[in-house]
Design a protein around this ligand. Structure first.
Ligand code: BES
Ligand code: MN
Ligand code: ZN
Length: 498
């Protein structure tokens, strides 16, 4: 979708969105349209239950006296409570309402909000950002759609005064929106298209943005002793890969921030095989890696002043004659041995070696891993919050704030010795599952913690949030690209040189 910010007059064609504050208070452009249409808008408001509440919409089709196809009224609530997320929801909601409506051109008016906390440039930029995020689609495999089912909307213009400043504010946001779309594409692709080698190839493509990208194959991983990671892929026809991406936008020699992602391109469960029902969902078991790839792309595209590394373990978990068996013992890169009691608890095996490698090679300021790690996470928090586990309170607090600001909510859960000892093994240093179903997500987290030394570390279990089954204004159904926004914001607010 083409999204632009422009100065100028209201168009005489297409559809226009104007915001309305609580109690139906029209902003200047809405008032002008109301007058020009002989009060059609205020009559429409009176005739409906639209009161300008945040999230409310009213669509007035072909208002008499105007040449416009539609005027959409978007509720914004109380002026003092209008924040970035509210404006993004207007941008995204508008696009979604018109996407297949037959309309091709949308203009969103960015009027000054009295007593608003955002300046005019930011308001316009957030409207545009929301439109960019909300217009995401994954249609490449649809070949038989009828014309009336196809998207009609072609372009979105945010109309703003002082458009130059607004465009400047939108520039980094556009970069993040493109990174999120990339991340969503990777998650949406089926596992016959995105497998370890092809996902590594997608990472390599980011070299053009200035990222340094290395791809380690099985021979190198073997030499490094990454047998926990290799064991997961040993039943697959695809070659396990570890991709190392670096963005060096910070001062030379300053310690990098590090992101580590679980990239299981398909998780059958292995020999501990999953039931057929719903197994297709496991194409998005690489959602953690997609977040890491996405945030690295975002940092590069907006030339963030930070040194960052993104490391993803890419592997396919398949049952076969060469697959790992329940009860196998593997020696991880750290030297610690793991009894693999359940081959379906594979994400932690991937991350064990990836985390160890990351801290060993890069000595980062902090390390955050993301993984669709446990079904138990969905039981605990559903699809609203991701689970946060952290060894460091400052890092955790920064992440909680970033998540809140970006609308990617996280909730902190405990770690601790009493949990940790539940993964001691009879014959090895640890086993990869707990004794029973209790605290399943925490079992995953304490397992990972055994592969982290002194470095501040956090783990995000995104099993419940990586895929959306309900539509939201800036997150269409399907792949969310969850984590890109949160991590980008975290870097921007706390770890970027000025
Ligand atoms: N990828 C799954 C977790 C998952 C489940 C993600 C549902 C998204 C939706 C993970 O590899 C897994 O299978 N975990 C097991 C762990 C168990 C064997 C201890 C699980 O949650 O059942
Ligand atoms: Mn699994
Ligand atoms: Zn998995």
């Amino acid at each position: 979708m083409k999204v632009e910010i422009n100065e100028g007059k209201l168009p005489n064609a297409g559809s226009v969105v104007v915001a309305v504050l609580k109690e139906g208070m029209l902003l200047p452009t809405a008032r002008r349209l109301d007058e020009a249409s002989n009060g059609a808008l205020s009559r429409a408001i009176k005739a409906s239950r639209f009161r300008g509440e945040r999230g409310q919409w009213l669509e007035v089709i072909a208002p008499a006296g105007l040449k416009l196809n539609r005027v959409l009224l978007a509720g914004l609530g109380k002026p003092g409570e209008v924040d970035a997320l509210a404006l993004e929801a207007v941008g995204g909601g508008a696009v979604q309402r018109l996407m297949v409506s037959g309309e091709s051109e949308l203009t969103i008016v960015s009027d000054t909000i009295p007593d608003g906390k955002l300046d005019a440039a930011d308001c316009a930029a957030r409207l545009a950002y929301g439109a960019a995020l909300g217009s995401y689609r994954f249609d490449k495999y649809r070949t038989t759609q009828k014309p009336e089912q196809k998207p009609s909307l072609r372009s979105v213009t945010v109309l703003a005064r002082a458009a130059t400043g607004a465009r400047r504010a939108f520039q980094p946001l556009r970069a993040v929106a493109e990174a999120i779309a990339f991340s969503r594409d990777l998650v949406s692709e089926p596992a016959n298209v995105i497998y370890p080698e092809s996902l590594a190839r997608e990472c390599r493509g980011l070299v053009k943005l200035g990222l340094k990208v290395e791809v380690l194959g099985e021979a190198q991983l073997k030499r490094l002793g990454m047998n926990a990671l290799l064991g997961v892929g040993q039943g697959s026809a695809h070659e396990t890969q570890l991709v190392v991406m670096q963005w060096l936008g910070g001062p030379r020699g300053s310690k990098p921030v590090a992101f580590v992602g679980k990239g299981v391109t398909f998780d059958t469960g292995g020999i501990s095989i999953k039931p057929a029902q719903g197994m297709e969902d496991m194409k998005w078991d690489m959602g953690g890696s997609a977040a890491v790839i996405g945030v690295m792309r975002a940092l590069a595209a907006r030339k963030a002043r930070v040194n960052a590394v993104g490391i993803v373990g890419l592997v396919e978990n398949m049952p076969s004659g060469t697959a790992q068996r329940p009860g196998d013992v593997v020696r991880s890169m750290s030297g610690q041995t793991i009894e693999v009691l359940n081959t379906d608890a594979e994400g932690r095996l991937v991350l064990a070696d990836a985390l160890w490698y990351t801290q060993d090679r890069f000595k980062p300021q902090f390390m955050i891993d993301l993984a669709t790690l446990t079904g138990a996470m969905v039981v605990a928090l559903g699809h609203e919050y991701a689970g946060l586990f952290a060894s460091d309170d400052t890092l955790a607090d920064h992440m909680l704030a970033a998540g809140k600001a970006e609308g990617e909510l996280i909730w902190r859960l405990p770690l601790g010795d009493a949990y940790d000892k539940q993964i001691d093994s009879q014959i090895a240093d640890m086993q990869n599952i707990g004794a029973n179903r209790a605290a399943g997500s925490i079992m995953g987290a304490v397992f990972l913690q055994r592969f982290v030394n002194k470095v501040p570390w956090a783990h995000l279990d995104i099993a419940g949030v990586a895929w959306a089954s309900k539509e939201r204004p800036t997150v269409p159904k399907g792949a969310v690209g969850w984590g890109v926004r949160l991590l980008d914001r975290l870097v921007r607010d706390h770890y970027e040189g000025k």
